[in-house]
Design a protein around this ligand. Structure first.
Ligand code: RI2
Length: 308
């Protein structure tokens, strides 16, 4: 798909999942570069900026798309001509996509060690990374059961229970309001991430913070399964994460409620670091308090040029 088609698919959630939208953004920029016919440096950079903006405007909240797009164009301004820019974008995109897919696999292997025979697991929404942990543990022959929340209003839980059932995993679908009641039976919770802030807070599907609160009360372990490219550099400088609000038609049908009634449809929420037992990343398991150090180490000292 070209940039406009990819952005439209991300906006209408045909392409969804923080990791998948990042990989789609990188791939769209690679296709943009590969199909570019001009050879004027200034025009190319101007058209590239437009392509970047179209992708970055497609969905707020998940920093993965921002990091994926910027990883794909990193170093372009130092290239001597358009041909070099095109090659760099295509190779950057391939590296980002390969590393992202490898990270999902590696996190699965690391996280699966936290699941033992007889465990009861809970997950929410449809996180490829959290499901990588659960599926890896099952493929290792471990015997456990999973409760998956419906995750209204998009009901991504239906995707999750379908994927888990196809693996042969003992799976139960629950409605979102059943979380605290069911949590009494749960040993570990595994969720994905859209964004992780520099102070270790998790921004994920709406309702995730309720799972964390209920897990804390029930003494269940609460694990976030996330690649480090979901760590948000902007929050290092105090920026807040934009919580996307989507159309009310996702919640109520036309004419179902009086016109005077407002509908609030935020699709993400924030879970404070204190409710997170560990973040499972491709660099290993870490505490939420380690995010700052990892982020600075990965981005290097130049990141502070922005505030000095
Ligand atoms: P993976 C999803 O958002 C969910 O919030 C999920 O936990 C997160 O992205 C990460 O997904 P949406 O796209 O990268 O369903 O783990 O709104 O697949």
């Amino acid at each position: 798909m070209n940039v406009d088609e990819t952005a439209a698919a991300i906006t209408d959630m045909t392409i969804r999942g923080a990791g998948k939208i990042a990989r789609a953004g990188a791939s769209a920029l690679s296709d943009f570069a590969g199909s570019y016919s001009g050879n004027d440096r200034t025009s190319f950079l101007s058209d590239l900026e437009k392509a970047k903006k179209t992708l970055l405007d497609s969905r707020p909240t998940a920093v993965s798309l921002w990091n994926g797009v910027h990883a794909t164009v990193r170093g372009v301004e130092d290239c001597k001509d358009v041909g070099e820019m095109i090659s760099l974008i295509q190779s950057n995109a391939k590296v980002f996509i390969d590393n992202s897919n490898n990270a999902v696999k590696l996190i699965g292997e690391i996280g699966a060690k936290r699941i033992k025979d007889g465990d009861v697991i809970m997950t929410t929404c449809n996180s490829k990374v959290a499901l990588s942990v659960i599926k890896t543990a099952f493929r290792q022959g471990k015997d456990f059961k999973v409760y998956a929340t419906e995750s209204r209003p998009w009901r991504q839980g239906i995707l999750t229970v379908t994927e888990l059932a196809e693996e042969g995993i003992d799976t139960t679908l629950i409605i979102d309001s059943a979380v605290r009641s069911v949590m009494k039976k749960v040993n570990e919770v595994f969720v994905g991430a859209d964004t992780i802030t520099s102070h270790g807070a998790l921004i994920n599907k709406i309702g995730t913070s309720q799972l964390a609160l209920a897990a804390n009360e029930a003494r269940a372990q609460f694990y976030v399964c996330s690649e480090t490219y979901k760590f948000s550099p902007m929050t290092l400088f105090g920026d807040r994460v934009t919580i996307e609000e989507r159309d009310i038609s996702e919640i109520v049908k036309e004419g179902e409620i009086p016109a005077s009634v407002k509908v609030f449809n935020p699709v993400f929420d924030s879970t404070p670091a204190k409710y997170i037992d560990a973040i499972i990343t491709e660099l290993g398991m870490m505490s939420p308090g380690s995010v700052y150090d990892v982020m600075v180490k990965q981005l290097g000292d130049k990141i502070f040029q922005k505030v000095i």
